[in-house]
Design a protein around this ligand. Sequence first.
Ligand code: MG
Length: 226
Amino acid sequence: MQQVKLVADMLDANSQLAGQNRKLFEERGILSVNLMGCPGSGKTALLERTIEKLGKSYGIAVILGDIFTTRDADRISSLGVQSVQINTRGARNLDAGMVGRAMQKLNLEGVDLLFIENVGNLVCPAEFDLGEDTKAVVASVAGGHDKPAKYPLMFSECRVVILNKLDLLPHVDFDMSRFISDVRKLNPPVQFFPLSARTGEGMDEWVKWLGDRVKNKARQLSFRGF
Ligand code: MG
């Protein structure tokens, strides 16, 4: 019982801090995207390709969560965008406080789009609100079509499902219609983007959708007279 209370208190504190992050995103007109998914689903590769396509049009910054190492941040900063690596030292997800502190290390002036690459995990990140605008799950055909059925919270909480590594489809047993119908059952309005970050197939649809949302966010800000 004690433990249940502790978890409830922790999630309460998290949602307060998530509210602060959300307020900051609103005030600055920043579209924030929380990228979640298994280790190896290709979250960082997707980020690299997305930054290559959108980086000339928009100010982009990235917060990366990993249990250890700064390898992902090294990959991202080589593309010339600001990034902050959070090492959670064992924690299996980012929380709103970690993201808030990481944002203090970024110069948010001119940032239109903030990516938050969560720790590779299909369970814990779904339980923590970071104050983000969009939760996106990255799955891959190599990871199998059973992920939505096995991790329903993640797939029902998100607004976007990206199915990566489409180029591997001829080499793996992946039942596409099963995957799609399981996702739709959990989350009928979800945006679905099958793509390959490696070959670029399907990337344009994802990038267009994202770019439209960034523009929309900036428009909302000017309506409010900032
Ligand atoms: Mg990564």
